[in-house]
Design a protein around this ligand. Structure first.
Ligand SMILES: C[S@@+](CC[C@H](N)C(=O)[O-])C[C@H]1O[C@@H](n2cnc3c(N)ncnc32)[C@H](O)[C@@H]1O
Length: 458
């Protein structure tokens, strides 16, 4: 007989199997971590690179195994690349807008929608895990039914819903239109939604490496792979230091010095060292300067793998005093990095017009300082990976107010196959919409700007 009044019959203690705790659900921790990190990017403007750093990342990310970490990165990549589309789709499915303060709910829905719409994950697990995550979070518990309903509808109707929404915050979309016109701005935003190819700068024999690695050779000699099929260190040539990862556009500024074999060249904002490696490979006696000890340590590690040499100096460029001036200097200045939006889809969401204005001021100061470090007659290359002309063309034009500098325009002949990147003023300007390819996975390049000057002998 069972039952009976609890008061009259003390309950026999029956050992019951506990239902699995939410925290034990496979895949839940990764989804919760993804939602937390998306919140940090959008609400606190924290850089995704820092949050997902394998040594110093967010504690919840660090607690995950490698598989879950790569899942978190994939979810966040899809959620950020397609943020405008996801937002518009969710709005269509909601009867009324979410409460303003329901930030955690919105983040959770975005994470789940990214999986349903863009990742090779069964829709039902994305939905189930989102509902479990909602129930596990006091802020979202009362919305668990709504989460379930919205995500099921999204899964069912995703092929018929349409949303022509820009995947960028308004300030970024508007700045692109202002700088490049409507058509090119749209092309830039379209390609930023696609995961970029992987470009390698090879020490020699680009054609041979392209054949070995299954890639194509770009006009500048970079080898481009449509997709990374294996972990980078497992690719042939990595351990032997035969190549390094560097976007095709990022490889152009260091080529603007001409023959630098045997010359003393300073790479003034050097880490992690892609351009230092190019200069060293070209035979220059390179001094690599950077303000960041940890980034310089990465640079040293990279050079060691590549079996290339450079002296390294940890210093703030504003105070740096070399014993002797250099024959040439490269200033690859800190910038808003909006040109790297394809690999860093968090950038438009973490940066603002205010940041761009501050960085443009800093770049002008660093460029003025750079002039003091080069010998009369020496070449100065100023570059950065911003798409905003106020960090590029405007800084370069203003620098010519300095009587010690003269323009040394870049000519189209210097870049066969990429001559379209050279502007009438003699600057180099690339955007993600440049170098289109019928195979979208092979299309595009980072947005980069470079200007070349000569220090005048007075
Ligand atoms: C765009 S990254 C350089 C990338 C590098 N040139 C490459 O190709 O790998 C800018 C670098 O400037 C460094 N930096 C920023 N401000 C600096 C300063 N005042 N003095 C020296 N380095 C600085 C940062 O630590 C960062 O490593």
């Amino acid at each position: 007989m069972t039952g009976g009044g609890a008061a009259s019959h003390p309950k026999k203690h029956v050992k019951r199997q506990n239902p699995p705790k939410a925290a034990d659900r496979p895949g839940l921790a990764a989804r919760q971590c993804a939602a937390r990190l998306l919140g940090a990017v959008i609400e606190k403007k924290t850089s995704l690179d820092g949050l997902t750093d394998n040594q110093h990342g967010h504690p919840h990310y660090m607690a995950l195994d490698d598989r879950d970490r790569s899942l978190v990165r994939a979810i966040l990549g899809a959620a950020l690349r397609n943020r405008g589309t996801i937002d518009a789709l969710l709005m269509q499915l909601l009867d009324r807008p979410l409460p303003e303060n329901a930030v955690a709910l919105k983040t959770l829905l975005h994470i789940a929608a990214a999986q349903i719409l863009y990742l090779d994950i069964p829709d039902h697990s994305a939905v189930d895990l989102a509902v479990t995550a909602a129930n596990d979070d006091p802020r979202n518990r009362r919305y668990a039914g709504l989460v379930n309903a919205i995500l099921r509808r999204l899964s069912r109707d995703k092929d018929t819903l349409s949303t022509p929404a820009p995947n960028a915050p308004a300030w970024f979309a508007q700045s692109l239109v202002k700088a490049y016109g409507t058509e090119k701005a749209a092309a830039i935003l379209a390609i930023q939604a696609v995961e970029p190819s992987l470009d390698l700068t090879v020490k020699s024999d680009p054609q041979g490496w392209a054949e070995r690695l299954g890639g194509i050779v770009m006009p500048n000699g970079t080898v481009r792979l449509a997709k990374l099929e294996t972990a980078l260190p497992e690719l042939p040539g990595f351990a032997d230091g035969e190549w390094w990862v560097q976007d095709a556009a990022a490889s152009l500024p260091a080529r603007l010095f001409g023959d630098i074999s045997g010359k003393r060249v300073a790479d003034l904002c050097a880490a992690p060292g892609g351009k230092t490696a190019q200069l060293a490979l070209a035979g220059a006696d390179v001094t690599a300067i950077d303000i960041s000890a940890s980034r310089l340590a990465r640079l040293r590690g990279n050079l060691e793998r590549l079996k290339l040499q450079a002296q390294t100096v940890e210093a703030n460029l504003a105070q740096y005093q070399p014993e002797e001036k250099f024959d040439a200097v490269l200033l690859d200045a800190p910038c808003s990095s909006t040109g790297t939006v394809r690999r860093h889809p968090d950038v438009p969401w973490t940066k603002s017009p205010d940041d761009i204005a501050k960085l443009a001021t800093l770049q002008a100061q660093l460029l003025a300082r750079t002039v003091e470090l080069v010998k009369p007659g020496g070449i100065i290359v100023f570059s950065n990976c911003s798409l905003d002309p106020s960090e590029g063309e405007a800084v370069a034009r203003q620098a010519l107010d300095n009587p010690l500098l003269e323009a040394y325009p870049i000519s189209q002949e210097e870049f066969p196959g990429l001559a379209g990147l050279v502007t009438p003023e003699g600057y180099l300007r690339s955007t993600p919409a440049d170098f289109p390819n019928a195979d979208i996975r092979l299309s595009g390049m980072d947005g980069f700007f470079a200007a070349r000057f000569r220090r005048i002998a007075l």
